[in-house]
Design a protein around this ligand. Sequence first.
Ligand code: DON
Length: 309
Amino acid sequence: MSLDDATIAQAVGSAHAAHRDDPGGANASYIPYLASVDPSLFAVAVVTADGRVFSTGDDRFEFAIESISKVFTMALAMEQVGAAAFHAKIGADPTGLPFNSVMALDLNKDRPLSPLVNAGAIASTSLVTATGADDRWNRILSAQRDFAARELQLSDEVNDSEQTTNFHNRAMAWLLYGGDSIFCDPMEAVDVYTRQCSTLITTVDLATMGATLAAGGRNPITGTRVISSGNVPHILAEMTMEGMYTRSGDWAYTVGLPAKSGVGGGIVAVAPGELAIAAFSPPLDDAGNSVRAQAAVADVASELGLNLY
Ligand code: DON
């Protein structure tokens, strides 16, 4: 049964009104560009599996996709190599440690475990079938565009800011290389991973990307199949286990929807067969999740009765 327009619009509007002035959190400071974004920005959006769009707040503001890109690169690599090979090469277990943890690699023979932490995401980027760095990047950008139903663009400002400060990720790529978990040149993998984090999206783009997963891999705006429906449950499982970093368990317990956050301040949650909820606001908690976006997505999910468990 699909939810009616008035109910969804009401849930989106009241979540925005309830949390627009929530204090707390701080912009990501380890990436210079992100530290400079206006912390008061806040938007909430829903896109349904049948293509209806609801949004409010700063919903035209474009922000960096950051870690949320990991979901769509995972989807592309899985589509290309198959779910079984993807699972065997990357893994599917939460690390229980922060998203950029070197200790997680150390504890696991330099294998990444999850495609939704930096190490596993860099490994997934390297697994994409491509002829070189630009081809790898173009395939990933095109997948992001197919999910968003819009010609998303790279921000040179975000990318330059990250390419000149991503030494930690470069070091992890060499550790992965030593663990036979990088499938192209390690520095090419980090270069392209950094670009994929630097795409600009609006909150509506993000909800559309999630709605494509909610609709079983078919973009509800364009009607185009983006990935096979059989891979969607694997992707949602990964999001449940690691999408909200070290708070993924708390999120499953309280909200009950697969979700993914990024240090740009975006969060998307997917209610399979129904809709996706996205929210954006830059200040993050100590796990790297947007304070206001978490509260807004949780409210909309609860208001619409979407907890899966
Ligand atoms: O690799 C990084 O650290 C960033 N480009 C993205 C990290 C991110 O969004 C992790 N998230 N919360």
